[in-house]
Design a protein around this ligand. Sequence first.
Ligand code: BG6
Length: 492
Amino acid sequence: MTNTVFFLFGATGDLARRKLFPAIYSLYRERKLGDRFAVIGLARRPRTNEQFRSDVLESIKEFARYNVTKDEQWESFADHFEYMSLDINNVDGFRELNTVADRLDKKFEVGGNRLFYLALAPELFGSVSHNLKEGGLLETSGWSRLVIEKPFGYDLPSAEKLNAEIRQVFEEKDVYRIDHYLGKEMVQNINVLRFANAIFEPLWNNRYISNIQITLSETVGVEERGGYYDHSGALRDMGQNHMLQMLAMMAMEPPSRMSPEDIRDEKVKVFRSLRGFQTSEEVRANTVRGQYATGNMKGKQVAGYRQEDKVNPESMTETYFSARVFVDNFRWAGVPFYIRTGKRLPVKTTEVVVEFKNVPNNVYLSKKHKLEPNLLVFRVNPMEGIYFKMNAKQPGSEGTIVPVAMDFCQSCQVGLNTPEAYERLLYDAARGDSTYFTRWDEVALAWQYVDKIAAAWRESSDNLCLYPAGTWGPEEAHQLLDEDGFRWWPVN
Ligand code: BG6
C-alpha cells in the first residue's frame, strides 16, 4: 500500500532537488504512487505553495527520467504538493504541521499513513523525531515511518547515541536507513545472480575464487561539500556504508527466504565475520590512504583537495582509501576482498570483480601465452551489466589463447533509463519493504570495523600519500595487491 503523506524535511536542499522530487515524479508516472498521496515540503525558508511547486517543476525538468510539460497531468500532480516553513526546534510548528497533514490526508484519502523523510544533518534526527512525537504527528490511524540519510553517526559511539534518540520515538521496524547503493539495480542483482543461477553458487567460495575487488571511483572532487567531507573523509563517507554493504552482498550466505529480516540476518553474519584489526601495525599493513593533489583531469588542471572551498589548507583527511579485508568463515577463509574508493580518479565507475583461481593443470603452459584468470564483473555504475571473462582460442591461430568476454550490457538493452536508486527506495519505504535499508546491527558492526582503522590513522598521519588528481591513487595501493600476487582489474 503506497497511500502516504510524505513529509520532506530539507525540501529546499540539494537531495530533494536532484533526487527526491524526480523520484516521486517517476513513481507517479509509472502509476506506482496512485492518487492517494500528498507531499509536504518542509524547511525553514519561507516559500509559498506556488513557489514550491515551481521549484519542484524545475527540478523534474532538470533531473527526472520523464519529460514534463506544464499541462493538465502536471497540474494534477503538483496539486499534491504543499510547502510549510518550519522551525524544527519549535513544537508548536509541528502541531500546525499536524493540522496541515490531517487536511491533506482527508483531501487525498490517504488513510493515516505517514512517511517522514529527513534529508537533514544527522545531528537533527533526534530532535525532529522527538518533536514529531510531541507535536502529535505519530497519533494516526495508519503507520508512521522514518527515513533517514547517511551518515548515520561519525563513529560507533555517536551512532549509538543517535540511534538511542531515534528509538525513543520509533521502533526499529519503522526506521528506514538509506544506503542508496542498495537501491542500485546491479547491487540488487548480486543476490539474483548468485541465488537464481545454478552455475555460480558452487564456485562461490575459497576453493575457486582467489580474490574479490570492489572499486568505487569518482572523477569529482569534494565540490561544495568541503565542510562535511573534511570532517568525514573517504573511509566514513563511502567505506563504512556503500563499500561494506556491497562486500556483504557478495559474501553473504543464501538466506532461507528472501524476506527483509532473513536477508539482513545473513548480511549481519558477514559483518560479524570481518577480521577486525587488532593493532595499528595491522591497519597500516592492510590499508592505504591518500589525498588528491593538483593534477590534470581530461586536459584540465584541477585544484588539489587542500585548495578546495571549506577545506582546511593543512587537512590530513583522506579522499582515497583501499584496504585488504578478510571474512573469517568457512566459505571465505584466506580470500582477500580488496576495496578501494577515491575522488578525482580518472573515471567514474563502480565495479565488483570476482577473480577465479587458475585451472588445476595448465595444459597450455608450453604455449607462449600465459592464461588470464576468469573474471566475473558486476558493473554497477554508470554502465550496468555483467561480464564474464574467459579464455578461448584465437581464431585462425595454432592454439594461441586469448581472453574473450561474455557481456550482458543491461544499460544497452533498457537504456540508461533504469529506475534511479531513490525511486526504488522511496517506493520500498512507502510499501514497507525494508530489505534494501540498513538495520541497526549492520550499521553498528560496520562502524566497529571502520573505527579501528580510523583510530590507527589518527595516531600518525605519515602514511597519508598524496596522489595527483586524474590518477589511480597512491602507488602503495598497487603494492597491496602485488604483495599477494594480484593486480587491480581493470589493470591500471
Ligand atoms: C555519497 C557520498 O554517499 O555517494 C558522495 O556521500 C559520493 O561523496 C556519492 O559522491 C556517490 O554516489 P553515486 O551514486 O554517484 O555513485
